[in-house]
Design a protein around this ligand. Structure first.
Ligand SMILES: Nc1ncnc2c1ncn2[C@@H]1O[C@H](COP(=O)(O)OP(=O)(O)OP(=O)(O)O)[C@@H](O)[C@H]1O
Ligand SMILES: [Mg+2]
Length: 524
């Protein structure tokens, strides 16, 4: 057994300019050839600790030891020289470049003053071979799926010949299949002698592929544990200081006219997943979960429902109003809330303050205006944003900081707070708890349940089956643009059954109009 760890971060303290103590006397050590998880609530300081290691943030106190010697890593360039590479929480690729160009970006090899493109291609192919990370070097980055973009980020890091690879929530955007693939690749990297740090909220992943886990809370490192000897419940207890309950709460669905009615919805658009003949209705108080592997038409469905995509066949009624031809804003005015999958692009304005983001969709409401809407009531807005900050446990000093300085999960909380608090008639929630820690996830789930109990209709699209099981009354499985299965979420459906439908192995015979409870559950 080696006694000196490969890497040892000792008593790291990092205070941001705004006074936030993101790392508070934190310690972290990494062995050669291990996969080491860092877990902790949103804002616990995980990303910051790794940014310190990667030379993106300067520490206020503490030191970093590599092979037993103190090193001073002042930039990513230095980190790479020391063999440390990082794949970020938000992709940092240039969409207009090819795969090979992205791989070499910032490390281009020149030949007589020109960038040697063949070098990038060769490098990409060599890495693909060594680690099983296959990708077309000539493909344009913007055409890649999320999973491939992720792979490209990893290849880019490996192309710098690093021995320590840091991944910040790498599976947050991946499908279950892509996750399995990524894990196989990470194991292969480990077997080749790499050491891997993976920041994740998913306890199951820690159990599946990690050797050790370091838990962080409020900037401090609580401890490092062998994964083999700690349970998921014990990890989460250390993360938030209390056990989390994950149970479905019984709710009764109210009668009445459906809030959302979709009939024969079909859309074929070049370059995006199609939708074939989708039928669905959601009544007040009902939560419908749509499960599926990413890229099977979920995005298209949501784009139509929220007014982003306007050409389609079939009909969508929201509270009896046909939304055809309505703009995004005009759809929202039908009391529709939308938690988008991509919180950075559709969900928030990263440069706006937290306060501005929280009221951006409600600013015109009478409560926030004076003098017949001519004056904005600043005090009301401040009170309102303070309340949301508190109840959603958004970790920020005040509402005047720009959203982009928040941690990934806290940005998601800002979006959820805004969308859930507006008391919508219809909530469209696309991966609402992606990248959110277990404690906040539970809070957001409870908010969604409360909305439904108060009579809203909820369409929940999620790649996380546990989220679907937790919330949905009925689960629809989408595959290749069509609903291929419908199940009552009464505890009788199993994850692997849904998996078979998600992968297109099984399919139910569907009547055009899916008769759910009305026609008796035998139809399901
Ligand atoms: N550039 C910055 N300027 C000021 N404060 C910041 C900055 N980046 C992060 N913070 C704050 O530091 C704290 C730790 O953030 P960090 O991103 O390290 O958390 P995290 O554990 O990675 O969270 P998440 O799981 O949500 O990604 C948070 O309170 C965050 O708001
Ligand atoms: Mg983070």
């Amino acid at each position: 057994m080696e006694t000196t760890p490969l890497l040892d971060m000792q008593a790291i303290t990092k205070i941001y300019d705004n006074g936030v103590v993101a790392n508070d006397n934190a310690s972290f050590s990494l062995r050669k050839g291990e996969i080491h998880a860092i877990a902790g609530e949103n804002g616990a300081g995980k990303t910051t600790l790794m940014k310190v290691l990667y030379g993106l943030e300067k520490v206020d106190e503490g030191r970093v030891m590599l092979h037993g010697n103190e090193v001073n890593i002042t930039s990513p360039h230095k980190a790479i020289e020391h063999g440390i590479g990082m794949v970020h929480q938000h992709f940092m690729l240039v969409d207009s470049l090819s795969v090979a160009e992205n791989v070499m970006l910032g490390a281009e090899v020149t030949k007589r003053g020109f960038i040697d493109k063949s070098h990038g291609i060769q490098k990409t192919e060599a890495i693909a071979k060594t680690y099983g990370l296959y990708i077309n070097p000539l493909a344009k980055t913007q055409t890649l799926s999320v999973g491939l973009k992720q792979r490209l980020e990893i290849i880019k890091v490996l192309a710098r010949d690093v021995s320590i690879v840091i991944l910040d929530e790498p599976t947050a955007v991946l499908t279950p299949q892509e996750t399995v693939e990524l894990f196989n690749q990470l194991k292969r990297l480990r077997n080749e002698g790499h050491s891997i740090v993976i920041i994740t909220h998913k306890l199951k992943e820690i159990k599946t592929i990690c050797d050790r886990v370091t838990v962080m809370r409020h900037g401090k490192t609580i401890g490092t544990y062998d994964v083999a000897t700690i349970t998921e419940a014990e990890i989460s207890k250390r993360m938030i200081g209390a056990e989390v309950r994950v149970e479905r709460v019984e709710r009764s669905i109210q009668g009445g006219k459906p809030i959302l009615e979709i009939t024969n919805l079909t859309r074929h658009h070049p370059g995006e997943p199609s939708l074939h003949d989708v039928n669905l209705s959601i009544r007040p108080g009902e939560i419908i979960g749509v499960a599926g592997v990413e890229g099977n038409g979920q995005r298209t469905l949501i784009d139509i429902l929220t007014g982003y995509a306007s050409s389609y066949e079939g009909r969508v009624l929201i509270n009896g109003v046909d939304i055809r031809g309505r703009s995004i804003k005009a759809v929202r005015e039908l009391a529709v809330s939308h938690i988008p999958e991509d919180r950075m692009i559709k969900g928030s304005n990263p440069f706006g303050t937290i306060g501005e983001n929280l009221v951006s969709t409600t600013i015109n409401k009478p409560a926030f205006n004076r003098a017949k809407g001519w004056l904005i009531n600043g005090r009301k807005i401040r009170q309102y944003t303070q309340r949301l900050l508190k109840s959603y446990r958004i970790k920020a000093d005040n509402t005047d900081v720009p959203v982009r300085v928040l941690s990934g999960g806290n940005i998601q909380k800002v979006v959820c707070a805004r969308e859930l608090d507006s008391q919508p008639s219809l909530l469209i929630a696309d991966q609402p708890s992606r990248g959110i820690d277990v404690g906040s996830m539970e809070f957001i789930h409870r908010q969604i349940e409360t909305l439904a109990s108060n009579g809203s209709a909820v369409l929940l699209v999620s790649a996380d089956l546990r989220e679907i099981f937790r919330l949905a009354d009925t689960i629809y499985v989408i595959y290749n643009g069509a609903f291929v299965g419908a199940f009552n979420n009464d505890g009788s459906v199993r994850e692997d059954t849904l998996g078979e439908y998600m992968l297109g192995i099984k399919r139910q015979a569907f009547a055009k109009e899916v008769a759910r409870r009305d026609a008796g559950n035998a139809a399901l």
